[in-house]
Design a protein around this ligand. Sequence first.
Ligand code: ZN
Length: 186
Amino acid sequence: MKKWYMLSFLICSISAHWQSLYNPARSAYMHKTWHGKKEVTVKKSDCVFCDELAQQNDEQQYIIKRFDHVYVCLNPFPYQHGHMLILPQRHVGSLDALTVHERAELMEVIAIAVSALKEAFNCDGANVGINIGKAAGASKPDHLHVQVVPRWFADTSWMHTIGQTAVVAVDMHQVYQQLKAQFDDH
Ligand SMILES: [Zn+2]
């Protein structure tokens, strides 16, 4: 009896630590992108980003805009609504593998993305970051991607980093349309 009690306590402790909040908007979005994509996509490479680009179906892939060397898309696993990724179109994993023109455009598009978030969602700030290499926490280290996450005073983004929980309350298609409109002039 004591053993069962200890086992239940252990399971409860683990599940409490790795809690997730139910969120219909997020699950609908993930179903549409990842599950839906698998049904209609012929996999062309081992890179999800290169496959995404090759589709030529930007709205379905949530690609907001293609520039000359880089492109912008919504993160399929957002920390916040409006969480974007900015990536080189070439399959490279580090900043020094980019050309000068690619790096320059990458920085330019980061600036546009932060402005777009402020205009579309009136955020108070943004986190901009790159994990270069697996040791730095990159889940897909072979294709460089810059994370741009909007922040508000007293927002809930801390929950993802500290509590392993993501809270996303806004419909992703709506977010896509709002941000796409901001990129139209660039
Ligand atoms: Zn790639």
